[in-house]
Design a protein around this ligand. Structure first.
Ligand SMILES: NC(=O)c1ccc[n+]([C@@H]2O[C@H](COP(=O)([O-])OP(=O)(O)OC[C@H]3O[C@@H](n4cnc5c(N)ncnc54)[C@H](OP(=O)(O)O)[C@@H]3O)[C@@H](O)[C@H]2O)c1
Length: 269
């Protein structure tokens, strides 16, 4: 899938009020893109939008009514979107039997349902224009057992599978999908996650083996902008777990190899 120059591209980033989303918005703005920032913290995204000469659209992605027609409202005001970065996400910081059932629904809504709904809304325009990229921010927890993060991990596994399936469905349209598989990134979310004692103990062992390192949000952001430029399908951090991630992806790669030359588009009615 070919990439395109982010200069002049219009980029919607969810969860842009802090952490990885803020870093991604800054990196796109630095590359000459017009950024559209969405999150619940209206003040923070409005300040950032002013600084980056972009736009702020307050949004709670866990609220189905706020999601309804959201992309249409954005595009009516600022113009067609070239990139959607589904970054907004929340962690579940308990073992399952200590997790409230309402909390399960909220995590699934934010981490999995909202990215699907936003992608569905942005796709018709992108496919018509034969240009666009959807970037989904997933996690190493999508492919590893993570005590204390099992609901989170399940939503991220869903997001990764959604990304790979959608990429195949969009073959030949000019619209690409990138998925980011991230281990520890230095943000407020990571500060909360290390409080989960079982996860901390498991990760301490991986760190002693030299397999886990914490990566900066700025590094992830550079890779996301690079993926739009080059059309890269997957971002992996930390790099030293690259081979584990490649092995986890291999069954899908095998199926893709078996289906080389298959065109899914004529079957869209
Ligand atoms: N940090 C890590 O180690 C790590 C590792 C792997 C993957 N990730 C993923 O990276 C993404 C960003 O995480 P982060 O580390 O930057 O976390 P963070 O610092 O906690 O930031 C989360 C962002 O999501 C937004 N958000 C949360 N709930 C929302 C809602 N209901 N509606 C709209 N926006 C919402 C927050 O904005 P408001 O509070 O203003 O709404 C904030 O901008 C997440 O998808 C996360 O799962 C992070």
């Amino acid at each position: 899938m070919s990439g395109f120059d982010p200069r002049g591209a219009r980029v919607l980033v969810t969860g842009a009020s802090r952490g990885i989303g803020e870093a991604i918005a800054r990196e796109f703005a630095g590359a000459g893109a017009e950024v559209v920032l969405a999150a619940r913290s209206a003040d923070r995204i409005e300040d950032l939008a002013r600084e980056l000469k972009g736009h702020a659209f307050p949004l709670d992605v866990s609220d189905p009514q706020q999601l309804e027609g959201f992309v249409g409202r954005v595009e009516d005001e600022v113009g067609p979107l070239d990139v959607l970065v589904n970054n907004a996400g929340v962690e579940s910081s308990h073992y399952l039997e200590r997790t409230d059932e309402g909390e399960i629904a909220r995590i699934v809504a934010i981490n999995l349902v909202a990215p699907m709904r936003l992608a569905r809304q942005v796709l018709p325009g992108m496919v018509d224009r034969a240009r666009g990229r959807i970037v989904n921010i997933s996690s190493l927890a999508a492919m590893t057992p993570t005590p204390g993060l099992v609901v989170y991990g399940a939503t991220k596994a869903g997001l990764s599978q959604f990304s790979d399936g959608l990429r195949f469905e969009l073959k030949g349209t000019g619209v690409g999908v990138t998925v980011a598989h991230l281990g520890p990134i230095d943000t407020e979310m990571w500060d909360k996650v290390v409080d989960i004692k079982g996860l901390d103990a498991a990760q301490a062992r991986l760190r002693r083996m030299g397999l886990l390192v914490t990566v900066s949000p700025a590094k992830v952001a550079r890779d996301v902008v690079g993926a739009v430029r080059t059309g890269r399908r997957e971002i992996r951090h930390p790099k030293r777990l690259w081979s584990n991630m490649a092995l986890a992806a291999s069954p899908k790669r095998i199926t893709e190899a078996l289906l080389v030359g298959f065109d899914p588009r004529p079957y869209v009615d």
